[in-house]
Design a binder for this molecule. Structure first.
Ligand SMILES: [Zn+2]
Length: 716
């Protein structure tokens, strides 16, 4: 991988050679998973960095060493020299062209959205149709006269049909989710305006009770009442609450300030007997207004620079996008992207299909990662660490399978293309055609990766490819025999460790495990510390500059500092991903060892750390935790568990209840004490007198929270 920007020159010397550097440069990218909208099939998404075709991709461990000449060269000429030696990261012309392509794409999606929202009633019809339609959304949208490609000259002028199909698909997804949001909002308004208790609960409490969320969801016909849409409903309720808060404060002629202050003040007013009547009346007035006039929604807009090709049905060369293997370099692939001409701002020529093809190169790191894992597995086997060996072999198998899927896709694309060319020839080579036909039939049935997604991140172009997770049979074959998963396990965020796990041992007892952070956490803390100083420095510098020279752009030294800060943040996020992955990996394999079928997590949507916890070694931010959760889901999916076999449940009372007798208990200092201490490490039950580690107790409780309060297959 070539994407890492180094902030320090590499240390030269015999003991620090590049093949031994323990950087994360060629570790695989942070995994994420995505669900297919209609089939519910989950894919495992991996990332590849695109570079210009002439660039040499640096492969670790193949005797590559940084050139010592670069050590003392100032940054700018270093960049130029590197470019001369290895080619540009991404061709600047390609990058600007791709940038304009993306902005065109976004512009068109927004144009389609504007047309849908321009006439009242269109959204309702479309939303209802989309929500009950099982196919791809663009097939519905293209039937509308005001959106059809053929009937709209202005759209025809701007893009060609294939790209427009992706535009429509994207617009269909946005429309559907916005329509659902609107439906939920009217249910929410109907729910709280008829029931004063609910309204009080919504405005007074910090957390939105899950009972209310479920009732609103149940009221709404747009959402099937099968456990889906829980968080979506919660976010709608939060939006409504925000509008109410702001209305109340404006009416009372109070400054709005930060969101958290708004929340605090409104909830304080409601606790204040002299104020509560007025505030409640204000809220009810606005709600009554909403139920007659409707909630003031805004037209949704697409903002981000991404395009996915899931509406592209043509995956063969010459159409839209295609891959091609580099015959000269090992494990390197080209991605070709066909862009329509008008995107460069010029007029259409005679044919709308005059296009320009962009070429990129990327390293298919999968086989190398697999090979590396096999090597490590052999070492682990020799050292007697059987579990580690199994884990590594499994990962190697997964990477090999992904590589195979990519190769199948490439093979199919090329075979289809060749076949089409042979077919159009005058003298037909029937033998070759039969051969190709067979190949196509075979590859159609084979495991293949899904249509990719392209992302523009600053000056980087990233390709995300979704892969099918390994099947149950593949996993079983790799892990030896059929595994049985019957147990449930609970996971709790610990006080001193990130995760505490607990499951039954089959004989009425429990098995517990505390999973701690690796040494990466201290590295992260160090970086985080740096950002604090730097952030205030940059802020001060920027403020000063803007005050003194309001109409001049900031000086180079300030911009440099800002770039430095951004670079540190990038590093922190990268480390976050790696930490989350490590913790998740240990969690997941512990679950495999103990035959865990369902893993319960506390639902952290409304989470905030108790006072005093900031000083403990526990520093798992919500961001990190959500990364951890998605990593667990990803890994368990790849192990063949449906939806990752992960449920989130309400953590209410799990830390105060005794898991043995169900009585209320208190936090105490240590295993011997009975005196309550806030934030103490141990749990003491006054009813049955049991002493137990507080996190273990919570984990055991979480496992037993009843199913109906849980949201199936969903994570925070
Ligand atoms: Zn008890």
């Amino acid at each position: 991988m070539t994407r890492t920007v180094r902030r320090h020159s590499r240390k030269q010397g015999s003991e620090m050679d590049s093949t031994r550097q323990g950087t994360m440069d060629d570790k695989y990218k942070r995994p994420s998973s995505t669900g297919h909208q209609y089939t519910g099939l989950k894919y495992l998404v991996e990332e590849f960095t695109l570079v210009s075709p002439e660039r040499e991709v640096n492969k670790w461990g193949r005797g590559k060493r940084p050139d010592p000449r670069y050590k003392s060269t100032p940054t700018r000429s270093l960049g130029r020299e590197l470019e001369r030696a290895t080619g540009q990261k991404v061709n600047r012309a390609s990058l600007s062209l791709l940038g304009s392509y993306f902005s065109k794409y976004v512009e068109l999606v927004n144009l389609v959205l504007d047309r849908i929202y321009a006439v009242p009633g269109r959204l309702d019809t479309l939303g209802e149709e989309l929500s009950s339609y099982r196919g791809q959304g663009y097939t519905l949208l293209k039937k509308e006269e005001y959106l059809a490609y053929k009937e709209n000259e202005d759209i025809k002028q701007q893009c060609f049909e294939r790209m427009y199909r992706n535009v429509l698909e994207q617009a269909a997804r946005i429309t559907l989710s916005d329509w659902m949001r609107r439906q939920l909002m009217s249910s929410a308004i109907a729910h709280v305006s008829t029931d004063t208790d609910s309204l009080l609960q919504l405005l007074k409490n910090r957390y939105i009770p899950s009972k209310m969320i479920k009732e609103v969801r149940k009221r709404c016909n747009a959402i099937e009442d099968n456990g889906s849409g829980y968080y979506y409903t919660a976010s709608v309720l939060r939006q409504l609450r925000k509008t109410l808060d702001q209305h109340i404060l404006t009416e009372l002629e109070q400054p709005l300030s930060y969101r958290s202050y708004q929340r605090k003040r409104v909830s304080n007013y409601l606790r204040d007997k002299s104020m509560s009547e007025t505030v409640l009346r204000l809220a009810e007035g606005l709600l009554a207004n909403f139920s007659t006039e409707g909630y003031p929604f805004s037209t949704p807009q697409m903002l981000s620079y991404t395009e996915d090709f899931s509406a592209s049905t043509e995956n063969s060369p010459g159409q839209g996008y295609w891959y091609s293997e580099d015959p000269e370099r090992e494990d390197e692939l080209f991605l070709f992207l066909k862009l329509p001409e008008p995107l460069r701002g010029t007029e259409h020529g005679a044919s709308p299909y005059r296009t320009r093809t962009l070429a990129f190169r990327f390293l298919d790191w999968l086989p190398r990662a697999a090979e590396k894992d096999r090597g490590k597995a052999a070492v682990a086997e020799r050292e007697g660490d059987r579990h580690r060996a199994t884990r590594l072999r499994f990962r190697a198998m997964k990477f090999e399978d992904m590589h195979q899927q990519l190769m199948n896709t490439v093979g199919l694309q090329h075979a289809t293309y060749q076949y089409a060319r042979l077919k159009s020839r005058k003298e037909k080579d029937s033998e070759k055609m039969t051969e190709l036909q067979e190949k196509i039939t075979r590859l159609r049935k084979a495991r293949k990766c899904g249509p990719p997604r392209l992302l523009l991140r600053g000056d980087r172009v990233v390709l995300q490819i979704p892969f099918l997770p390994p099947t149950r049979e593949m996993t079983d074959a790799e892990l030896g025999g059929t595994r049985t998963h019957s147990r449930r396990a609970g996971a709790d965020r610990g006080v001193r460790v990130p995760v505490v796990l607990s499951t039954g041992d089959g004989n009425g007892g429990f098995v517990d495990e505390m999973i701690s952070f690796g040494e990466l956490l201290s590295k992260r803390d160090l970086l985080r510390q740096q950002t604090r100083g730097l952030t205030s420095q940059v802020k001060k510098m920027r403020n000063n500059w803007e005050r003194k020279h309001p109409d001049r752009s900031p000086p180079a030294h300030l911009l440099k500092k800002e770039r430095h800060l951004q670079a540190i943040w990038r590093k922190v996020r990268r480390l976050d991903g790696e930490i989350a992955r490590q913790v998740a990996s240990r969690t997941v394999w512990w679950c495999e060892e103990h035959g865990v079928r369902t893993l319960y997590f506390e639902n952290l949507k409304n989470y905030s750390a108790p006072p005093g916890w900031g000083t403990l070694s526990w520093r798992l931010s919500s961001n990190l935790w959500s990364k951890f959760l998605s990593a667990v889901v990803y890994m368990r999916q790849s192990l063949g568990h449906k939806y990752g076999g992960v449920w989130t449940v309400s953590p209410a009372w799990t830390s105060q209840t005794c898991h043995v007798c169900g009585g209320r208990g208190v936090r105490v200092e240590n295993e011997g004490s009975t005196e309550e201490k806030r934030g103490g490490e141990y749990f003491y039950c006054e009813t049955c007198g049991v002493h137990i580690h507080a996190d273990v107790n919570a984990a055991r409780n979480i496992m037993c929270v009843q199913r109906p309060t849980a949201v199936g297959g969903r994570t925070a």
